[in-house]
Design a protein around this ligand. Structure first.
Ligand code: PBE
Length: 308
């Protein structure tokens, strides 16, 4: 009798515990929903309706201004324009404190090697676009004036991994990108040989490459300069704002650039100048830009943000 009673009591206790646990679980779910909603609202205010951006002369800056115009959810938002270095230090601070932050991010760059727990926000209006290429553009007439240079530019292509290996190493060691790029050329003779294949040596022809100041382009222009100098060219690399890159190639002030992010990031610059330059297509595929947030932020799309 006593045993049966005990058994029943234990069973009852077990059933009650289970019920309590389930109830807690249930109310937890309810809280989650609330937290999610609140969190989204708070992100907008926590970042002060501000996207942390980079230099004024970048394509991603222009594209982000366009996104602010095109997305209702970004109406009233600001783009904080400063420098890539300033943006990266804001990002580091935010991640250290698990604070929300929205940056203008891109690949190839070492930001994803250093902070792998970040994500691109979905961009349903396709303002930033999908994956794109980094194209080679030359001035009109280069093929006739400098056939050897033209042939190297036409054959120049490499992979995201190549470019990133240079950028990551420079970031980790603190050495200049150009120094590492030079070493990369020595270590990758076979790949470099495909760029210069069938090209005769020249005797000190000056060649002007125009580029942008970001690590990705310091890496590409760095390797191409060394590869062309091995064939006898004297190469000058001039880093300038994106607008000047396109204008100077189109004006024929410089010979070429290998720094055109297309078809999205530099779209407007390309459209304005495309009739006056020669587009040799991508020298790298798999580049991307967009709005990037740390994974701990509970949003997935630009449309999860809210207008000011
Ligand atoms: N970037 C890196 C540049 C091109 C290379 C994405 C910051 C831009 O024009 O936005």
């Amino acid at each position: 009798m006593m045993k049966v009673f005990l058994k029943k009591t234990l069973l009852l206790v077990a059933v009650i515990s289970l019920a309590v646990l389930t109830a807690c679980g249930g109310s937890d779910d309810g809280n989650d929903g609330e937290t999610e909603e609140n969190a989204t609202v708070n992100y907008n205010e926590a970042v002060d309706h501000t996207i942390t951006g980079i230099e004024p002369g970048a394509g991603i800056t222009v594209t982000t201004e366009k996104a602010i115009e095109e997305y209702e959810e970004l109406s009233g938002w600001d783009l904080e324009i400063s420098s890539t270095a300033a943006m990266m230090s804001e990002l580091e601070k935010a991640i250290d404190n698990e604070d929300p932050i929205i940056i203008t991010g891109w690949n190839p760059h070492w930001m994803f090697a250093k902070y792998p727990d970040m994500k691109y926000l979905d961009d349903p209006k396709n303002v930033y676009g999908d994956e794109e290429g980094i194209n080679t553009l030359t001035r009109l007439g280069l093929e006739d004036d400098m056939p050897e240079a033209y042939k190297i530019l036409d054959q120049f292509e490499w992979d995201v991994e190549d470019m990133e290996s240079i950028m990551n190493e420079a970031n980790e060691t603190g050495e200049e990108i150009e120094t590492i790029a030079e070493q990369w050329v020595k270590d990758n003779e076979d790949k470099v040989a495909t760029w210069t294949e069938g090209v005769d040596d020249v005797d000190g022809i000056d060649f002007e490459l125009v580029s942008t100041p970001w690590d990705s382009e310091r890496a590409s222009s760095g390797v191409l300069k060394v590869a062309m100098e091995q064939k006898g060219f004297n190469v000058t690399v001039t880093p300038v704002d994106v607008a000047i890159v396109f204008e100077s190639v189109a004006n024929g002030d410089v010979d070429a650039t290998i720094a055109a992010w297309l078809p999205y990031t530099h779209k407007d610059f390309y459209e304005n100048n495309k009739d006056d330059l020669n587009d040799l297509g991508p020298n790298l595929v798999g580049a991307k830009i967009g709005l990037v947030v740390p994974e701990y932020m509970d949003i997935d799309s630009i449309e999860d943000l809210e207008a000011k």
